[in-house]
Design a protein around this ligand. Structure first.
Ligand code: ARG
Length: 457
């Protein structure tokens, strides 16, 4: 039965029903809808809008529906949306009293409340998954803090870096994502229930009762805004989009680092795939898929923004379109976070290969320039002298560590014997002891800072 049949002569056409319905996807809101309905019924009873007996009977009925959905005894189908489903089912179970549940309420404030409850729970799940990921990255950083690897700019070897510094960089990104989701949660934790269709209600409701029962921190201040705002959905999808950006970058690194050309990491067989034609192949399908799925989440962000942009106040049915893009965002986010954390837990790291690579490509040339500059040569001149040394090495097919002291001296008499240590990989990393830098001390401090921030959660 439809909740609004009264004023119509004819039933709606089957194709109109099919087009209008949202139950096929908003059934995910069943728990939020039942909880918000129970809180509303409790409030109606306490305020004397319905009797306490009616209120208790409604709440018992709702509890039974929840239990039956969760046990699988009741399947959610055969109504326009989750709100109609619950009310129909309730009335079928408890009779006429069920029809009183919708007093002082509209589906407009109801769906806005359900969505906020649902998104709040989703943030809590995203938080747990992100924490697991950061802890995994922390483990990798901690285990490899003594090792060095090449650091890149423009995907060309730039300077040696500390392995922990590398993994910590991703932890920093995901910790910001955690904070961002936390701020989104705070902002969305405002209760629309009690706004009714758009203008508020003439019944003597007490919104404070429903607020506290549903764990909202505030009550919405404007009924028009409360029923028509979905910026919390857009904000969630934005937070998820940034997580996907960060994951996607990590995927790109993984794909490169596990290639034969780099040979830095190894993805174990359990998380690798093969080729149907080339028997030798071991492919990184999982990182590629996560990288690919990021585009899908960004698409949902565009979708929700476009849905909202031209809407006149207050509620419009366009807002029903907030759900599928949201649900697919959370599904994608959760599956990508889970699989990537699992994969990272199994990744093995070839520290010797990375150390060798860290010393290649004249990666300590900046140290030569800095050496000269620290001895009074203007940095621009020091840069030019070092450039000439690199050119010399390229011509002679040697590395900076192959250079003798005498050879260095032919480029500048500022060089002393200690230049031979300055150009080593380890020294280069150790010299960068500034906060956040590549020295062992700085990398350890980075680990400690991450540990402290993890404790907050
Ligand atoms: N399925 C609807 C939605 O998601 C529920 C609210 C319907 N409200 C209305 N005035 N038709 O937005």
């Amino acid at each position: 039965m439809k909740l609004w049949e009264g004023r119509f002569d004819k039933p709606t056409a089957a194709d109109a029903d099919a087009f209008n319905e949202s139950l096929s996807f908003d059934k995910r809101l069943y728990k939020a809808d039942l909880c918000a309905s129970a809180a509303h019924a409790a409030m109606l009873g306490k305020c004397g809008i319905i009797t306490e007996e009616e209120s208790a009977c409604i709440r018992d009925g709702l509890k039974g529906i929840l239990a039956d959905i969760e046990s699988g005894a009741l399947s959610v189908e055969g109504a326009e949306d989750i709100h109609s489903f619950v009310e129909n089912e309730l009335t079928a179970r408890i009779g006429e009293t069920g029809k009183k549940l919708h007093t002082a309420r509209s589906r407009n404030d109801q769906v806005a409340t359900d969505m906020r409850l649902y998104v709040r729970t989703s943030i809590d799940k995203a938080t747990r998954l992100l924490l697991d990921l950061v802890q995994t990255l922390y483990g990798l950083a901690h285990a490899n803090v003594k090792y060095l690897m090449p650091g890149y700019t423009h995907l060309r070897k730039a300077q040696p870096i500390n392995c922990a510094q590398y993994f910590n960089a991703y932890s920093e990104m995901f910790l910001r994502d955690l904070d961002r989701f936390g701020a989104c949660r705070e902002r969305l934790n405002v209760m629309p229930l009690g706004s009714a269709a758009l203008a508020g209600t003439s019944y003597p409701i007490d919104r404070e009762i429903t607020r506290s029962l549903l764990g909202f921190s505030e009550i919405s201040a404007n009924s028009l805004d409360a029923v028509s705002d979905r910026d919390f959905v857009a904000e969630y999808i934005f937070c998820a989009s940034l997580v996907m950006v960060h994951l996607s970058r990590l995927c790109e690194d993984t794909i490169l680092y596990t290639s034969d050309e780099f040979g830095f990491w190894n993805i174990p067989d359990e998380y690798s795939t093969g080729s149907s034609i080339m028997p030798q192949k071991k492919n990184p399908d999982i990182p590629e898929l996560v990288r690919g799925k990021s585009g899908r989440v960004f698409g949902h962000l565009t979708a929700i923004l476009a849905v909202m942009k031209g809407l006149p106040l207050a509620y419009n049915k366009d807002l029903q379109e907030d759900k599928e893009c949201f649900f697919d965002t959370e599904d994608t986010l959760f599956s990508c976070l889970s699989i990537y954390t699992a994969l990272l837990k199994k990744v093995t790291i070839n520290v010797n290969r990375m150390f060798t690579a860290a010393g290649e490509g004249f990666s300590t040339a900046t140290d030569v320039a800095d050496y000269l500059a620290k001895k009074g040569v203007p940095f621009r001149d020091a840069h030019a002298i070092t450039g000439k040394i690199v050119r010399h090495c390229l011509e002679k097919k040697k590395t900076l560590t192959d250079m003798s002291f005498e050879e260095f001296r032919t480029f500048s008499d500022v060089f002393e014997r200690d230049i031979l240590t300055v150009v080593t990989t380890r020294n280069s990393a150790e010299q960068r002891d500034s906060v956040g830098g590549s020295s062992l001390r700085a990398a350890r401090a980075g680990l400690l800072a991450i540990k402290r921030r993890l404790r907050k959660y």
